[in-house]
Design a protein around this ligand. Structure first.
Ligand SMILES: C[S@@+](CC[C@H](N)C(=O)[O-])C[C@H]1O[C@@H](n2cnc3c(N)ncnc32)[C@H](O)[C@@H]1O
Length: 259
């Protein structure tokens, strides 16, 4: 399994992944070993530039449908909403919401639905760097939400020292809806009018090449000119190449537009 390790971690443990606030490992119903690893403002995307591009690319549309697959604990949805709110005005951004977010893992969907989010100091720092007022979006929760991390941390040692749980403000939670769902089942049902943004970040590279190619064929058939597909770091090496093969051009790092 491909996990990024954090060289700066204070304990220098070789099995400590980079994001400590959520390092949960689990096995899917299909028997695939999977990680919920995520964080706010994951740095494989320039979120501010992406938000400005979203606003400009869809300036002639009344409604834009954002579908987030592999949404994990909600870090990615909150990042995208904050980026839109901080880089656009209420009028130009309201058509993007609500984001419809899916993850195949019921447990992490339940966690996202609590409207709580675990942040470590690095996550908090990145949010502060990308918005005017952290407290507008997050308030310290009275206790810490414990996400058990089966494989890496059976004794829940790291979370108890590394993260703080925050209550996410309605200005964010009202703009996203978290659901259980499998990208491979939902993608064929997507209807588009050149007004769709699909995020499938840091998830596709867990699957075989044929399955990915078939998914991109479906994206290519269902999405019209101007709609977007957004991938992540894990897709950069091989997966992104197939997107270009199926009629998408790379607009910026990991952001692809249907030609
Ligand atoms: C490594 S995390 C990436 C989270 C986030 N997208 C990011 O980039 O930070 C992968 C997530 O994909 C979810 N996942 C795995 N297979 C999936 C599928 N077939 N459909 C939807 N989500 C899936 C996992 O449960 C996990 O939460």
């Amino acid at each position: 399994m491909n996990i990024t390790f954090n060289n700066h971690y204070q304990f220098k443990n070789p099995i400590t992944p980079s994001f400590k606030s959520n390092v949960r490992m689990y096995t899917t119903k299909d028997g695939l070993n999977m990680a919920n690893v995520t964080c706010t403002f994951r740095n494989d995307l320039n979120w501010a530039d992406f938000a400005k591009f979203e606003i400009d690319n869809f300036k002639n549309k009344d409604k834009v449908n954002i579908i987030q697959f592999a949404a994990s604990d909600g870090s990615e949805a909150y990042t995208q909403i904050i980026s839109l709110l901080e880089n656009g005005d209420a009028n130009s951004t309201k058509k993007f919401f609500p984001i419809i977010a899916y993850d195949i893992d019921d447990r992490i969907v339940n966690i996202a639905q609590t409207k709580l989010l675990n942040l470590d100091v690095n996550d908090k720092f990145k949010i502060e760097n990308n918005c005017n007022n952290f407290n507008k979006y997050f308030t310290k929760f009275k206790t810490n939400l414990n996400i058990s991390n089966y494989a890496y941390d059976p004794f829940n040692f790291y979370p108890s020292i590394d993260y703080t749980t925050y209550e996410v403000a309605p200005i964010l939670t009202n703009k996203v809806c978290f659901n259980s769902g499998d990208i491979f089942h939902i993608a064929p049902k997507i209807k588009d009018d050149s007004n769709t943004i699909i995020l499938c970040r840091n998830v596709l590279s867990y699957f075989p090449k044929e399955k990915i190619q078939n998914l991109f064929k479906i994206f290519s058939q269902n999405l019209k000119t101007g709609s977007l597909v957004v991938t992540g770091k894990l897709e950069e090496e091989a997966v992104n190449y197939y997107l270009q093969k199926y009629g998408f051009e790379e607009i910026m790092q990991n952001v692809f537009r249907k030609i």
